[in-house]
Design a protein around this ligand. Structure first.
Ligand SMILES: *[C@@H]1O[C@H](CO)[C@@H](O)[C@H](O)[C@H]1NC(C)=O
Ligand SMILES: *[C@@H]1O[C@H](CO)[C@@H](O)[C@H](O)[C@H]1NC(C)=O
Length: 405
């Protein structure tokens, strides 16, 4: 009896160690990508590390030589076997499709290739097997029709939430292969905020000026931690979504600390430390209601992370097609993410009303200045979204225009 128990404990332990190390690699890449994007964006940021891993995985599957090596190295998959590295993605997709009624998760991902190239049958099979996604042929020479075709496809895959992702200026006669990834997520909080408690409050931006924004408020029992690193103090709060599949983690530096200084400290190790050290506590929360939509071309960020080969003529994508003329022109991602009191119309609160006697001094978490966030899938510990809110008042951002806002 004892032996069996010990054996099963050992199995559980080694099993979780193995999957954790893959999750760790995914997180390391997420952090690298975040740092690369930060360096060229000053304001709000949102992107999906998981989505980027997915489209890079699709390319890697058909890449050989240096093109493949660079992707595997940047994704930290040097020493894993083909297929194994994407097991986190696979379990993520099967888990999210089973539990879909708990939340809305729409993902559109595809490789768009110039018509006229012959795609290998084996590649199409592999792509479907690992990534449940498509390779489509279009004629980039007809830029207008092409922009419409891809945008319409994205719109239909995201239930109309992501419209007009491409315009004709984005394609031309030299466009060969475009990686497209669009993601929309909407879920209800496990513990909702009451709409009647939301108040207009000042949010102090990085430059010290204030904007008035709707601030949601609640006193909740949830995971919380107060951390101090290299003389920087910050708080971390976890808000689970209904069903506990996903959680939003908010990282709020102390008021006097610049969010850009703070984000330099972030590592995958640090993120896992927060996850394991946060404890359930009563927290008085003030969190802005906001909606962010962002479209990013990852080419520059990936270049800085040493993924260069796939963007140059003569790269080896012979797993996809035999032509040497195919290379990646763009890696486009658009994300739509919204935070409000409940995520739906229902106004009923499930927040715990803690009697005053139990909460003499609750922790206060007041996100009235720039903060970072991570949205993670709990069973796989993979990061669906990651970003920074420097001004919750900006609704729509488009790639590099962001800096001029
Ligand atoms: C909010 O910001 C405005 C403009 O900076 C300022 O005049 C006002 O006093 C602030 N309100 C509060 C409650 O701090
Ligand atoms: C990219 O490659 C260069 C040269 O091989 C190396 O010094 C650098 O550390 C690499 N950068 C990343 C982010 O891996």
């Amino acid at each position: 009896m004892d032996k069996i128990l010990l054996w099963s404990l050992l199995l559980t332990f080694s099993g979780s160690q193995a999957s954790r190390s893959l999750a760790q690699r995914h997180t390391e890449f997420a952090v690298d990508l975040y740092q690369a994007i930060c360096s060229s964006h000053k304001n709000n940021i949102i992107f999906s590390p998981l989505g980027t891993t997915l489209v890079l995985g699709m390319v890697q599957l058909g890449a050989k030589g240096k093109a493949q090596q660079q992707i595997r190295q940047t994704l930290k998959f040097q020493d894993t076997s083909t297929g194994e590295e994407f097991s986190v993605l696979k379990s993520f997709f099967s888990a999210t499709s089973e539990k879909k009624q708990e939340f809305t998760f729409n993902l559109a991902s595809a490789l768009y290739l110039q018509e006229g190239f012959t795609v290998k049958e084996q590649y199409l099979h592999g792509n479907k097997k690992f990534f449940q996604s498509a390779l489509k042929l279009v004629n980039f020479q007809d830029a207008k029709a092409c922009a419409e075709t891809i945008s319409t496809w994205v719109e239909s895959k995201t239930n109309g939430k992501i419209k007009d992702m491409f315009s004709e200026e984005e394609f031309g006669p030299l466009t060969r292969l475009v990686l497209v990834n669009a993601i929309y997520f909407k879920g209800d909080w496990k513990q909702k905020f009451r709409k009647e408690d939301t108040q207009l409050m000042n949010f102090t931006k990085k430059d010290g000026t204030a904007v008035k924004i709707p601030m949601m408020k609640a006193l909740l029992r949830t995971k919380y931690g107060y951390f101090s690193e290299s003389s920087m103090n910050y708080q971390v709060l976890e808000l689970p979504y209904k069903g506990d599949e996903f959680s939003l983690i908010i990282i709020l530096p102390a008021e006097e600390i610049n969010v850009e200084e703070m984000e330099k400290l972030i590592t995958a190790h640090q993120i896992f430390k927060w996850f394991s050290e946060m404890r359930e506590e009563e927290v008085e929360i003030s969190l802005p209601r906001f909606k962010v939509e962002q479209k990013l071309d990852f080419k520059e960020a990936l270049y800085s992370l040493n993924i260069t080969e796939i963007f140059s003529g003569g790269c080896d994508l012979s797993g996809i097609t035999d032509s040497a003329e195919v290379y990646v022109s763009q890696v486009m991602q658009q994300v739509f993410f919204e935070i409000n009191e409940d995520g739906s119309e229902a106004a009923a609160s499930t927040g715990i009303h803690i009697p005053a006697i139990m909460s003499l001094t609750p922790n206060q978490f007041i996100a009235n200045h720039p903060f970072l966030f991570i949205m993670k899938n709990n069973p796989t510990e993979s990061i669906l979204f990651m970003g920074r809110v420097t001004n919750p008042d900006i609704q729509k951002m488009n790639g590099r225009d962001l800096d001029s806002l």
